[in-house]
Design a protein around this ligand. Structure first.
Ligand code: NI
Length: 406
């Protein structure tokens, strides 16, 4: 086989670990700085400014204001090789922080309650380390600091803005700090990791009237109740039992008084599934069920159905790369968790549709310290020793990706 690029110089891995452990204080400082100034989707201006200032200090090429607030940085090594992208999301949530810590959020009603502050710190630490060691790996690394993971999605507009080109990205990795796993474990698997997210809003229109004279009305509450019940048959009766899926009605609003029959009912909900072949099918089924029930009662309806994110599907070879790096990095008694699928969604999926890649979970829960609240909880926090683990995993993935014998 002809080499397309040289074998990478072998990193002294014990030295890599030591160097990265020495970054821990900086990593914590960056994370806390970002934590104190949380910014919501597409408003991550201070965060982007902080990232850009560090990249400038470290002599790393970068562009700002991509898809509004995104930042992309490129570090070319001294050796030719492939291009690996590392993605970090930057946005916070509209949650009032309930933690009493010196680094608590200084923004009323906004909080980094998902760990994206840590993701930015880990990506910055990785960029800093690699910029100092350009001779220690092959190829190029592109850092994608992405806005708006939590709401409408910043991944797609960043891809449309061309972040995967020039130079063309050959693979992509990303991680989520994960309080559902113990500190120091890694959750990684090939294939579907996280679910597709689809959403619907439906208004059912009947005919209102007196609560004592139902014969003169079309009761929107009764029609909508039958809809809610019938939607339960989608997963149980029409999806293959081995294909996991969820249909949840999260909102049901109707009525104004106890003796008035409601003319309108509003339902909204979310749909999740792993199998990309199901795209479109559950939405069609929802439409058919609502249409049939409304017709049988003489009601009409208006349905809005849309996909937010496709499923997060890891490439087999990239998942194996992350798995083998993690096996080297993490303590053997902690281990790798292959059974780490979740019905949560992530717009990392758009990057994974565009290039082969792997998204993985880095366990961050430390119950002894009270750092095991779920993501999106007002008391969410994580064990910050996860930061240098994240950097070490990324650095070693970069080194492994650049190697001909990976
Ligand atoms: Ni998140």
């Amino acid at each position: 086989m002809v080499s397309t690029f040289p074998i990478a110089p072998t990193l002294d891995l014990s030295k890599v670990r030591l160097d990265i452990r020495n970054l821990q204080r900086d990593l914590v400082q960056w994370r806390r700085q970002i934590h104190q100034q949380p910014e919501l989707a597409f408003d991550e201006r201070q965060t982007a400014t902080l990232i850009a200032a560090k990249l400038t200090d470290w002599g790393i090429d970068h562009q700002t204001e991509i898809a509004k607030t995104g930042v992309v940085a490129t570090i070319a090594s001294s050796n030719p090789g492939p291009v690996l992208a590392i993605r970090a999301d930057m946005d916070a949530l509209p949650i009032q922080e309930a933690n009493d810590v010196p680094y608590r959020s200084q923004q009323e009603g906004k909080m980094h309650a998902c760990g994206h502050d840590g993701h930015v710190a880990i990506a910055l630490g990785t960029a800093y380390y690699l910029a100092q060691h350009r001779d220690a790996f092959c190829g190029t690394v592109k850092f994608i600091f992405q806005p708006a993971e939590e709401s409408v999605g910043g991944a797609k507009p960043m891809i449309e803005a061309g972040v995967l080109q020039n130079p063309d990205v050959d693979g992509i990795i990303g991680l989520h700090i994960w309080n559902n796993l113990p500190l120091g474990t890694v959750g990684v698997r090939s294939g579907p990791l996280m679910a597709a997210v689809e959403c619907f809003r439906c208004t059912i229109l009947g005919k209102g009237g007196h609560g004592a004279m139902p014969d003169q009305t079309i009761d929107a509450v009764v029609v909508a109740s039958q809809v809610v019940n019938a939607l339960q048959t989608i997963v149980s009766r029409t999806i293959k039992p081995l294909d996991a899926a969820v249909v949840t009605v999260g909102e049901f609003h109707a009525g104004t008084a106890l003796n008035v029959i409601a003319d309108t009912a509003r339902l909204s909900g979310t749909v999740r599934y792993f199998n990309a072949d199901l795209e479109g099918t559950i939405g069609d089924r929802i439409n058919t069920i609502i249409g049939g029930i409304c017709q049988s009662h003489g009601a009409t309806y208006d349905l809005n159905y849309w996909q937010l994110y496709p499923p997060v599907i890891n490439d087999t070879a990239m998942a194996e790369l992350v798995r083998s790096v993690a096996a080297d990095v993490i303590e053997p008694d902690l281990g790798i968790v292959p059974d780490c699928q979740t019905m949560g969604g992530e717009d990392m999926s758009f990057f994974l549709q565009a290039v082969p890649g792997c998204y993985f979970f880095l366990g961050s829960a430390n119950p002894a310290q009270g750092w095991d609240y779920p993501h999106h909880h007002p008391q969410f926090d994580f064990d910050e020793s996860v930061l240098c683990m994240g950097v070490e995993l990324f650095v070693r993935c970069v080194e492994r990706f650049g190697r001909e014998d990976r």
